[in-house]
Design a protein around this ligand. Structure first.
Ligand code: GAL
Length: 663
């Protein structure tokens, strides 16, 4: 259960004679961790090589005296004005060739050698000066790495990309073959001809490599700082705050390898509750076997400033705790008087007074602290279902025009929501993870499947595992080109089917519809399908023309292009089975297919609960959290209640109620 109760604090913004009062209030609110320094480069180093760190020493000492640990952040998200003025090559350049200007954040180029030099100086200085404090226990690298101010296409990135390609492909022959550049005469005959911006029209294979390069650049940027911090402060926890549920610009499976703990900035009002649960699940699985931290979460809405109900704030904390979090850090201590996020509410009012948000956080943190002895050492929750998510596939989808219409990520969220609704815990994992701990592996539109994964899936099913895949499985090669065979490539035997044709459905041929004039009035169409038991569902936007070679049809299309053809199938293979959906089935359709797959895998869904009531088992404790305003009763077997109202196997959950039952 949650060990760190924290807050982001910006002492550089507040008068020093206020600090003691802030720390007193923090102690009273049971805060035991503060994040400090993330945007304070100029106060730390007002001119190149001239450091002013006295204030940082003083605040860290004060925190230490109060028993509060410090997560010290490197300030590299916000380069000082003197730096960007002296070295404009540190500023990112947009695809259109526009150089960023000072005053925002994350407007630097992660590959700039000049920027790295400055980053190294400040990071080394901070690590060597502050590692001596026993209460500085963790480091945050930068803040939310990624292209917040845009991805960079400067000269350094352009030549970096060419070098990256040379290392990947060795020679131009292999590069041209991988990218299949003959189309539109793109063929490269000299490395110097390759432009990271490549063509406006997009070229999926090139686009995928550009995305890979950008991602690698961010990971490398983080690794540089991580190396310095580990060298100068061994034993500390080195991390960076990331974003969920699925951040599309950096391969977090790579970034996670650079850090000691996976940290998510989880603002619960940014996604639906199942999206928030997905974020928690994703971060639990980034560092297998390790608890994750929620490094930022709001005590009020990010956009409007309206606070959630105090009990809802509590329900959110219990939800992520049940899913494996070990830190709950509120953004931020006090509402700022100025700046880009002036209206973003802190726990303390602009006046400096602790009012309602403070009271809510204090109550929550007091409870979390009280629960540490009883729930502090629970093992992580164990999932029977793996949900495959890979950046190759996410990026492949984004690089196609139609990908924007189908919204592959929304499909991933939809699959997760169906499992969330059934109280079946899911591990979102990349394909190189060991699949043997799972009974069911779900592959939502995983269009790129590497040969190793093909072999792993076959072995998994042969040994008794069950897989469920949705459209476009293994339809592309690792270079983002369609395979010149029937999909799913390498897996047609396993699924007992061949995808012989496909179509994105649109209504453009109707007399009042058009693709161009008037532009944008075409909509993606819905077909329909029916399962054997009569369940009818919508099949959205995209359909595949399946030829069954062993599989059995579980549902068929009842109209549109492939009327009468299979819409969902199952194939028994070895000791296991492979299920397939030939379209984006709605919740009824995909839910039915999922139920069949769960049943075949021998996974009993969790207790039936009303919508937005979740049940998660962690060790010998079952958590039930009601995220809705409607009170309800949920059946939970067990021995004794640790939290909430529970009697004779029944938990009574009020609005936003929480119950934790042992046994
Ligand atoms: C996070 C960021 C914070 C703050 C917060 C609220 O993404 O790390 O610095 O901006 O959002 O918008």
């Amino acid at each position: 259960m949650i060990r760190y109760r924290g807050v982001a604090y910006y002492p550089e913004f507040w008068p020093e004679d206020r600090w003691d009062e802030d720390i007193r209030l923090m102690r009273e609110a049971h805060i035991n961790l503060v994040r400090i320094g993330e945007f304070a480069w100029t106060p730390m180093e007002p001119a190149e090589g001239r450091f002013d760190l006295g204030w940082l020493h003083r605040i860290i000492e004060k925190m230490g005296a109060a028993g509060i640990e410090v997560m010290l952040c490197t300030p590299t998200a916000t380069p000082p004005a003197w730096l960007t003025k002296a070295c404009p090559d540190t500023l990112l350049v947009t695809r259109e060739g526009k150089r960023a200007v000072h005053g925002g954040r994350r407007h630097y180029c992660p590959t700039s050698a000049t920027y790295r030099r400055h980053v190294e100086r400040i990071t080394e200085r901070l690590a060597s000066e502050f590692s001596r404090y026993p209460n500085v226990t963790s480091w945050q690298i930068d803040n939310e790495l990624g292209p917040e101010s845009g991805e960079c296409y400067c000269e350094s990135c352009a030549s970096g990309f060419r070098g990256w390609l040379e290392r990947r492909y060795g020679n131009l022959e292999r590069l041209n073959a991988a990218w299949q550049t003959r189309f539109w005469s793109v063929v490269y005959t000299d490395w110097a001809e390759i432009d990271i911006r490549h063509c406006e029209a997009g070229y999926p294979s090139i686009d995928l490599d550009v995305r890979r390069f950008h991602s690698d650049s961010w990971v490398d940027f983080a690794a540089h700082q991580a190396g310095i911090l580990r060298r100068l402060h061994p034993g500390s926890t080195v991390t960076t705050n990331m974003m969920g549920p699925v951040f599309r610009w950096i391969d977090y499976h790579d970034l996670a390898k650079v850090v000691d703990v996976a940290c998510d900035d989880l603002y619960f009002d940014m996604a639906t509750m199942s999206g928030d649960a997905l974020a928690a699940d994703v971060f639990r699985c980034l560092k297998p076997g390790k608890r994750f931290w929620v490094t930022e979460t709001g005590s009020a809405s990010l956009v409007t400033g309206k606070p959630p109900h105090a009990d809802q704030l509590r329900a959110w904390a219990f939800s992520s705790a049940a899913r494996g979090s070990d830190a709950h850090v509120i953004f931020r201590w006090r509402t700022c008087l100025a700046g880009q996020e002036q209206d973003l509410q802190g726990i303390i009012e602009t006046s400096g007074k602790p009012r309602r948000r403070y009271a809510a956080v204090k109550r929550l943190f007091e409870e979390l602290e009280d629960l540490v002895p009883a729930l502090g050492s629970l093992p992580l929750p164990k999932a029977d279902v793996a949900l495959v998510h890979t950046y190759d596939s996410h990026w492949a989808w984004q690089s196609t025009r139609i990908g924007g219409q189908v919204k592959e990520l929304e499909h991933l969220y939809a699959v997760h929501e169906l499992l969330f609704d059934r109280n079946v815990l899911v591990d979102p994992v990349p394909t190189d993870r060991d699949l043997s701990p799972y009974k069911l592996v779900v592959l939502p539109s995983v269009c790129i499947v590497r040969p190793e994964t093909v072999a792993a899936l076959q072995a998994f099913v042969r040994a008794g595992g069950v897989v469920l895949a949705t459209p476009q499985l293994a339809s592309r090669d690792v270079n983002n080109n369609y395979v010149p065979r029937c999909a799913p490539d390498g897996l047609t035997d396993l699924f007992g089917l061949r995808v012989e044709g496909k179509a994105f459905l649109d209504d453009a041929s109707e007399p009042d519809r058009a693709i161009w004039f008037p532009k944008g009035n075409m909509v993606l169409e819905t077909a329909h399908a029916r399962f054997e038991d009569g369940t009818a569902c919508e099949a959205r936007a995209y359909v595949e023309d399946l030829e069954l070679v062993g599989a059995k049809a579980l549902a068929r299309f009842t109209d549109n292009l492939y009327e009468g053809c299979p819409a969902a199938t199952v194939n028994e293979a070895g000791k296991g089975a492979a299920f397939y959906a030939a379209s984006y089935l709605d919740a009824d359709g995909l839910g039915s297919l999922l139920d069949l797959a769960l049943q075949r895998a021998g996974i009993a869904p969790g207790p039936r609960t009303p919508k937005w009531v979740e049940v998660v088992r962690r060790g010998d404790v079952t958590f039930a959290v009601n995220h809705s305003r409607e009170p309800c009763t949920v059946e939970i077997p067990g021995r004794e209640a640790v939290v909430g109202e529970w009697k004779k196997g029944k938990a009574r959950l009020g609005a936003y109620g929480v119950c934790a039952v042992r046994g």
